[in-house]
Each structure stands twice: as structure tokens, then as C-alpha cells.
Design a binder for this molecule. Sequence first.
Ligand code: SF4
Length: 186
Amino acid sequence: MAELSSQITQCTKCPLHRSRKNVVVGEGSGRLGVMIVGEAPGSREDLEGRPFVGDAGKLLTEALASLGIYRSDVYITNVVKCRPPNNRPPTSGEIAACLPHLLTQISLLKPRRIIALGLTSGKTLLKLVGVSAGRLREVRGKCFSGRLAGVVAEVCISYHPAAVLRNPHLAGEFLRDLENFFKGLI
Ligand code: SF4
């Protein structure tokens, strides 16, 4: 993983490398066999080089803590590892360029469950297990089994915490999703 991190931090495979301050590779032990995958780093993450450390990250950290889970018990990363300018969604080309990094992380960590937060992450990961998702509401709260990067895992979908910040009425569903996704693992 250390060697992979070093490779990713030097990556220039897509235009996002030009505007980044730091590459956000990911962090956590993955001790519980869970990876959490968001869309892309935001401004705070870009500054610190760590995933989910802004307001959305605080919400995620608190939601995990309410279930008795430390951030370090899981592995947290994003579909793309460099911040898109002005926090725009990553393009399909950027996602395709960066996906091999995520697949290598999955092959090394061998998670039992991968929790995809938000539609970009959900669509990307579900495609890998042969499920097409048009809208988040079609798949949110559900898990789909499949093989990704040679690893048999479940891909589970919920809201991105940034969406929960914008729409606080989603907080209950978000927390229930996480609770269900960690069943049998804690
Ligand atoms: S977003 Fe991914 S593919 Fe693009 S430069 Fe960063 S690490 Fe490389």
C-alpha cells in the first residue's frame, strides 16, 4: 500500500494533476473489512491531503462514531484522488483515468463491503459489479454483490454526506444505511 500511495502521489494521468495541491490517496486500517468511497477531494481535503476532513467529513466521522466505529477502523478514499476545480463533479474521462488506482486499492485491501457515498461513486462501483444505476434513489440503502479487482465484495450505496449537510432531513436515512451496512462487522 505504501508503494501504491507513492505511485499515486506522482500520478499525472489526467488534467486534475495541474490544479491539485495534494493527491488524496486515502487512509485508515480497513480493520473491519470496509472501504468508504466518496466522489473526489474538496478544498480542505486538497489542502491537507486527507479524505473527508471538511464539513462533510465531520458529519461522516460523527455518524461512524455514533455506531461505535472509529475512522481508522475503515479505509476511506474517493473515486478520483485529485480535486476537480471549483468542486465540479469529475468527468467520465477523469474517472476512467483514476479508476485503476481504486481497483488496486481494492485488490490490496480486499474489503468485504464497499460503501459508495453519492451517485458518482455509486454508479462507478456498481458498474464494476454489472449493475447500472440511473438515479440514487433506485439503489440507495441497498447492497449488491460482485467481483471487483478479483475481490468478492458487496457494494452498498448511500447519500454523500455533503448532500446530507444540504438536506438535513436525509440524516436519519443516512445513519440507518450505515448501521445496516456495518451489520455483522462490528
Ligand atoms: S485524479 Fe487520479 S488519474 Fe487524475 S492525476 Fe489525480 S491521481 Fe492521477
